[in-house]
Write a protein that binds this ligand. Structure first.
Ligand SMILES: [Zn+2]
Length: 113
């Protein structure tokens, strides 16, 4: 009597692996608002687009011929190297031209922890 039933310990598998960060620090404005997007071109090469979503900054950059295995993290560190060495062109987008960059879905902003 009064014996507690052992709670069944259902272990939830940790499906969610730690994903690499998707947002990086901007070397220009310092905000963590840089997003890297890798797109495959028709000729099979890959181009990475680096953009800062800070409305006061809007830094943009681009790297062509990104190796196939590169993840956004790799692209970012490559970008930072090139930036530090002054070997990459960056520009700033005018505030008026707001580009919708979310169309090619998959990126949900629902992660709240
Ligand atoms: Zn910035």
């Amino acid at each position: 009597m009064g014996r507690r039933r052992k709670k069944r310990a259902i272990r939830k598998p940790h499906w969610r692996e730690r994903r690499p960060p998707k947002v990086f620090q901007c070397p220009v404005c310092g905000a963590v608002s840089v997003v890297v997007k890798i797109e495959e071109n028709e000729d099979g090469t890959r181009t990475a687009f680096i953009s800062c979503s800070n409305p006061k900054c809007r830094m943009r950059s681009k790297i062509d011929n990104v190796p196939r295995l590169f993840t956004p993290v790799d692209v970012y560190s490559m970008f930072m190297d090139l930036y530090t060495e002054g070997k990459i062109k960056i520009w700033f987008e005018e505030a008026e031209e707001i580009e919708m960059e979310r169309e090619s879905g998959g990126v949900s902003e629902e992660e709240e922890e």
